[in-house]
Design a protein around this ligand. Sequence first.
Ligand SMILES: [Zn+2]
Length: 157
Amino acid sequence: MIANERLVEIWNLNCRPHGHRSRTFVIAGDAYGQLLGRTTSKEIAEFNSWEDPAFDEALGLTRHLCPQTEKTGAPFQDVLGFVCDLSPGGRRYSFAGEIHCPECGTTEVEYGPDEPPEIRPMEVPQVSHRSWDNLTTSQKNQLLKEALIEKGWMEKS
Ligand SMILES: [Zn+2]
């Protein structure tokens, strides 16, 4: 995977149901256009929405399938991970912003930086989307449609 050095802010995670403690990262400072994907484990990767043409292609198709995307962007955040190849650990990235406990997977976590925040450079891998690239436009549409159905944004027709 290609990786870029980014400044990341370290966040502490505290899992409410089980008290698991761990840490995660958010991209610090001006990260506009850099979308951070997470897996239910500790893996993160970024999707460069400005430089990667797959982003606009997937966004255009999603808008067409689900006009609600125009209003909130939420449907697209929910399906962007389906465009990406799986993580090195074999998991799907999520760009919806939810943070999981890496021990048990719950999203019932409290999180935040230290005071003052700890910021350091880190190599953040970039997502790849080789299988997406090999699909025809109609297969891409089909993949997004299934993802939108799975995420509850579309009815099964
Ligand atoms: Zn936990």
